[in-house]
Design a protein. Sequence first.
Lengths: 510, 227
Amino acid sequence: MNWNDVAVLLPEIIVTIGASLLLLGPFLRRKPRPAGMSLGLGAGQPAEVSTGDESAKWWMLALLVITAISLIGVSWAAEGLALSAGFSQMFALDAFSIFFKLLFIVVIAMVALLSDDFLRESRYSAWEYYSLLGFALCGMMFMASGVNLITIWVGLELMSLSSYILAGYYKNEEKSTEAAMKYFILGAVSSAILLYGISLIYGVCGSLNLMDIEKSLSTLISNDALMFGIMLLAAGLCFKVAAAPFHVWTPDVYVGAPTPITAFLSTASKAAAFAIFARIFYSALHDFHLDWSNVLATVSALSMIVGNLAAITQTNIKRLLAYSSIGHAGYVLLGIISLSDWGIRGILIYTTVYVFATLGIWATILMMRRHEYAGEEIDDFEGLSKRAPFWAFAMVIFLLSLGGIPPTAGFIGKYYLFSAAIEAGYGWLAIIAVVMSAVSIFYYFKIVVAMYLREGKEADMVITRPLQVVGAVALAVTLIFGVLPAPLITQVEQSSHWMATRAAVPHVGR
Amino acid sequence: MDSLTANVPLLLFLIVGTIAVASSILVVAMRNPVHSALFLLVTFLCVAMLFIMRGADFVGAVQVLVYAGGIMVLFLFVVMLINVRSLPHERMTSPFLLGGLAVGAAIFVLFATIVRTGAYHDEVNRPDLLRSTSTHITETVRAADGTVATRHVVRHHIVGNSEAVGSALYQDYLVPFEVASLFLLVAMIGAIVIGKRELSALEEETVPDFILERMETEADVKEVVNA
């Protein structure tokens, strides 16, 4: 460990220190009002009580901005830095990880904005909430940068543990507690499975570093322990991305968790899991493509079918989006199965595009909330086009993007993923994907029909500034990258270049 | 006689392993939490012995210190604190028992066969290889005729167990080690967040009267309703 290593780690160090300092936030609070004034609060409005937490959001955003600046600065300087040998076995600041880290920072910033008045209306402290989000971000950054299975696993656990706590943050709500409990137990089991897979791979390869694993796999013939290790590793990762046979936790957790946390789980947490999925399978395990690709193809097909078909019958919009996100995990898996430059580009593009469209949808849902858990039935969307024409239109764009209809960015992502699958010889999988996209359009349009063709109830909306910002950013990204995808594609080509060449070298799979 | 001494480690392993498995089953089967905790202690000690027999004496010592020492005390402390004498007697058979046992047995057989038939890396099969490191030393040698020459010497030496663990933890695996400490920090924050009363400091200052007031009014309402 030398000073260059510390410099490369700077963004993570800043997030860690910042998240720890956020815990001290309550001391910034003004002196509480004298006891006599409390009688004026009245019994009906406990929401007004938790004052003094407004600044938490600004501190959190400032922390994220500093982190982003330091990340960009370090990434400029990174090429000249000579890292010590031990450190470079653990951690890499390559184009791939920088891409994902910037994505995570943006998503966490948007989740922080989504959480703002949600927290203000609840009686739970905002400081610990943002601090936990910060630690989750730190975990995700280690996941994106880890080139050693141990670093990746520890980062994954840091993210998961933070999200278990955040899912149960409304500890007096039965649903939230239940969600946290389910998520925690299933998450712990899946981590154990993942760890067992890692230990078997270590047993066979004698190293945890992805490059060393790749080296020893290139001279190895298949063996039971290795295959079992890869399968357990894939199963653990499939749990984290909520792919089909490992998806049972998704609907309950998404419904029970506080809505901004659902937004976090369905975007950032998933993107991070896909980042490590892609990194491990592209850069370490590609020699055994022939062995794992068919298993993952089955998982992908199952996710697309189960997710999209189960979503049709849902009336709760959180549950609908949960099932739809299972389907989307199936699409992204196409990129991993195909193991080609188009595949890895597809993963990066689709993750970005999906994350922004989903955040936009969550922002719109939060605008409809009347109290803690409302605004989540499809019926609540009735007549939205009259109440808030702009946001109804934005919602249509987001849903089109998720469905993959051309003028939106979702089309670009699906185009890359599906053509990668066809190119890799998985035509049948691409057919399932296209059919299931058509099915998804059906249930997305149930929401559109409710918004435009049905008479609405007169419900007031809470369109606050932070929600508007998130919605506008998501809309801009979805539309701009839909019409002008070139900048995103060039960036993705650069970011995924190294991984793509890695995977292309021996390529037994074709 | 020779074959007997060769079999001593195996015999010891079988005895210790059997005790470990049996006591860990008893941990779950015991009704009295204190008995469970004591059997857990036996399990920890047996596992420590297994570590030592495998040549990992540092891990064995840590196992005794941390698990048998620290964690057991915590367990017993909690058990004594909440004062649970014995759990209520429930039926042991649940509808899932048979299915669970079958699935568990199937998975065990699967794992055992696969782990047995796998071919492993040399270093993993022979932990003694991991422990010998070579250091490169440049020695100055004064020859008989007075000229000074340097020569390169490679020395192999067996690294002590705790030294190996220490250098692995604080040099090779420093980054994950530090992230693991963050992980513990988050676990602590989570325990506090979930465990603390949900009133904020301001409410704690102000609300007790307000809750009292509300309780009084509720009591009044109930009285009226009952009357």
